[in-house]
Write a protein that binds this ligand. Sequence first.
Ligand SMILES: Nc1ncnc2c1ncn2[C@@H]1O[C@H](COP(=O)(O)OP(=O)(O)O)[C@@H](O)[C@H]1O
Ligand SMILES: [Mg+2]
Length: 439
Amino acid sequence: MMTFDEILPTVREMLDAHQADVKRIDWLLINRDLYGRVRLIAPETAREDDASRTALETLAVRFAERLGAHAYPPDLAILYEADKKLAFQGAAAFRLEGHDNVWLVDRLATESNWASIAPESTGAPRVVFFSIKGGVGRSTAVAACAWKLAQLGKRVLVLDLDLESPGLSTHLLPFERQPRYGITDWLVEDLVDNGQSVFEEMYATSELARDGEIYVVPAHGREAGEYVAKLGRVWMPKIHSEGRRDSWSRRLQRLLQALEERLRPDVILIDSRAGIDEIASACVTDLCANLVLLFALDGNQTWSGYRILFQHWLRAGVAQEIRKRLQIVAALVPEIAPSDYLADLREHAYDLFLDTLYDEIEPADTEGWSFDLADETAPHRPLAVRWHRGFAALRTLYGRFEQIDENEIRLVFGDLIDFLLYYLEWGDGYIQVIDGGRF
Ligand SMILES: Nc1ncnc2c1ncn2[C@@H]1O[C@H](COP(=O)(O)OP(=O)(O)O)[C@@H](O)[C@H]1O
Ligand SMILES: [Mg+2]
């Protein structure tokens, strides 16, 4: 019985078998609809040309035979469109390997598809804190990094984009300093062209910054208000009066741009949602991230989750666009035998990268992108964030940061903070120069 995962390999096989027929058509879209059923979309000109039309009809019959429940009946399986771009209708699409004129167009019920990678920001570096599992200390790490960077004089913009499980802002701001509005408010107001009325009251500065500044943009304001009703609308695309459509992640990009222009930060830290989730996809792939920190516990759930993502990027042909931005972080490294734990985690992270994102080359080779297990500049080399009882089960971090012990922060987050400082100082290019390494 044909099931979803067999669609793509089968389609490829059939296209290969009908290579000559496929070639004669200007372009061909394999449209996988919301239900996972496949149709062909071809140009109007192919309908006029007898040979092309016959080739398409033959293909439609073969599709129906092979794809079973995942195909349309042959007489309904071909659509003709004048314009290829119109036929895409904003769906995720990628070219099928070996067929320059064929795209898979994948219609998903969600807007985010994890496969369209926005180019890196050329403004303040954007650092996304992501993990497969929740509760691994991401928000705490964002707060600690913001604290340290601000101590060193940086202007840090921090966004709580874990909209379904907000909380970062309470780590950095006492209740009375929380701004009146948050990201959800802006996203909802923007739908009715009213974003401006909340914009100036959706960020607050933290008193924890010494020489620099920490601007905190929470998920919601001091009073969450009708949070559930707002959250249910943040996903909405916005249709502008001239008919232009802004997906919700594009709206988020606009917000980030506006905040950056207003607050002029040196660095932007984004607390993402965990898991293979729509908001997380926006954070990791759509917000022009420069660096994506992949928090990891050394467990099967983590590695299989990352493997799914990495394989998805490979399949969609975008792995090269995202892989250089990735960095593994070992979350909550246990107090007992931390070195053994880190060594195991490194090995599992290495296996993952080697099987998926690293090129198949000798590490000494200067062409291609791959690293040794032991390479300290490799993205699989885990930056350690240590479990520390001082950070466990706190009601809020705020009180702790007020009387923070610098040494404790160093002990727990030092590896990550050093990496960030290095990254901010030297950015791309530096490590490559000194070690032939990654950046
Ligand atoms: N380094 C740490 N050591 C011990 N406990 C921690 C550490 N970092 C976070 N925690 C605790 O773990 C829980 C989850 O932390 P949080 O930062 O909210 O995780 P996430 O944002 O990944 O969901 C909280 O109770 C927090 O106090
Ligand atoms: Mg969190």
